[in-house]
Design a protein around this ligand. Structure first.
Ligand code: HSE
Length: 423
């Protein structure tokens, strides 16, 4: 019987779940793999967590005590953050350890250097838990999709914002109350800013795009916006028009150029993404050789995400003698395609003066830029009217130019709210 010793960096929502699930499944994993997995060291800064579930003797506040411990075989990094995690993982690799991480910001910012170091040292870095919680998206994309000629990857990759948008749609609370609930349920990051401003989803899309197109995409290459500007009335208008609002990440390969972005998006009510609710995530893979494959499931949460961490540990122990390794698969460097070159349809909500000729002014500005209007709702509010329009797809630069001209009209009384429409 082989024994593999594991060091955990971080004992928060996911770290403590990994410990509990590994302990519970230890015998079954031993029976299935012939390997006995044991957590022998845990680094956690918050000493109030020391001794909770796991024996106090395993804990330290010093991450380097874990990565420098010669008896440890696999280091599991769940600290989050970029620079300190980078140093610890680099040290672990230099010390000959294999690494599992859930740290999407680290991989999306400094992944290339870590993969290079892992290659040099002949060790593995696995990161299934960095995207999509319990959904085995990384393994499927890296292994099963190699010959799929993927050209589009899109979906919902942040559980916290999907939970908030679902609750707002159902009238179960406002933005602040549902965010607080998502934090209590362990869906949100320790600092939820990255969840709500789109940076968490952007890092995940950078990782997925790098795998899909075999060309490194970093966080800096991704255009992203979050959900803080979405108002309950946007959700209601979208519903009246047959859509639900989701935070959608998309990665596209167009003419050998890559565009990756994250933005609130109107999804038609009949589209598979419209039915992905709560903290669930879903990713659609579209390729010349496969048409379309969708993977969906729990996208956040300690227990759910811990299954992905443990599957990576099991993959390491079952491949380390065969030489099958999963480090960087980016073998080319594709240029980025600028946002303005993309085409999209848009939802627009704007307050205007309610007098003759105003609607015609807006329509003619759109018409001059060749932006065609698909549908329109107008609601009166005293001497003002709220206009809600959906356009047909057009080049984004034409739409933005029209919008700027509209925002400058004296009859326009609010900053136009715009949301992309999927398609
Ligand atoms: N905070 C993340 C989310 C979970 O809400 O999706 C971990 O990736």
């Amino acid at each position: 019987m082989e024994k593999v010793k594991i060091g955990l960096l971080g004992y928060g929502v996911v770290g403590s779940s990994v410990y509990r699930l590994l302990t519970k499944e230890r015998v079954r994993i031993l029976e299935g793999t012939g390997v006995d997995l044991e957590v022998t060291r845990i680094a956690e800064m918050d000493t109030t967590k020391h001794g909770a579930d796991a024996p106090a003797s395993l804990f330290t506040t010093d991450g380097s005590a874990v990565v420098e411990d010669p008896s440890i075989d696999v280091v599991v990094e769940l600290f989050g953050g970029v620079d300190a995690a980078f140093e610890l993982i680099s040290c672990a690799l230099r010390n000959g350890k294999n690494v599992v991480t859930a740290n999407k910001q680290l991989l999306a910012n400094r992944g290339a250097a870590l993969f290079e170091l892992a290659r040099e040292k002949g060790r593995q870095i696995r990161f299934e838990a960095s995207v999509g919680g319990a959904i085995p998206i990384i393994k499927v994309m890296r292994e099963s999709m190699f010959a799929a000629e993927l050209h589009t990857v899109y979906g919902i990759v942040n559980g916290t914002t999907n939970y908030i948008l679902t609750a707002m749609l159902r009238g179960e609370g406002d933005y602040a109350a549902t965010l607080a609930r998502a934090q209590e349920l362990g869906y949100a990051e320790a600092d939820p800013t990255a969840d709500v401003n789109g940076a968490d989803a952007a890092a995940k899309m950078a990782i997925l795009a790098s795998i899909a197109f075999h060309s490194r995409v970093t966080l800096q290459d991704v255009t992203f916006e979050g959900i803080a500007s979405i108002q309950p009335e946007d959700i209601a208008y979208a519903r009246d028009l047959g859509f639900v609002i989701k935070l959608v990440g998309s990665a596209r390969l167009l003419d050998e150029q890559v565009n990756v972005r994250v933005a609130p998006t109107l999804v038609p009510a009949g589209h598979p993404l419209a039915g992905i609710n709560g903290s669930y995530n879903a990713v659609l893979l579209v390729g010349h050789a496969i048409d379309e494959i969708m993977l969906s499931g729990p996208g956040a949460g300690g227990l759910q995400t811990s299954t992905a961490v443990i599957s990576d540990i099991v993959s390491i122990v079952s491949t380390k003698t065969t030489g099958f390794m999963q480090n960087c698969s980016c073998y080319r460097a594709l240029p980025l395609l600028a946002e303005e070159e993309m085409r999209s349809a848009f939802f627009i909500r704007v307050r205007v003066e309610d007098r003759p000729g105003v609607l015609a002014q807006l329509a003619s500005i759109f018409g001059e830029r060749d932006v065609s209007i698909e549908s329109l709702i107008q609601k009166g509010h005293g001497d003002q009217a709220e206009l809600v329009l959906i356009t047909h797809p057009s080049p984004e630069k034409d739409f933005r130019a029209a919008l700027e001209a509209i925002a400058g009209l004296s009859s326009v009384r609010s900053r136009p709210m715009t949301i992309r429409v999927l398609g």
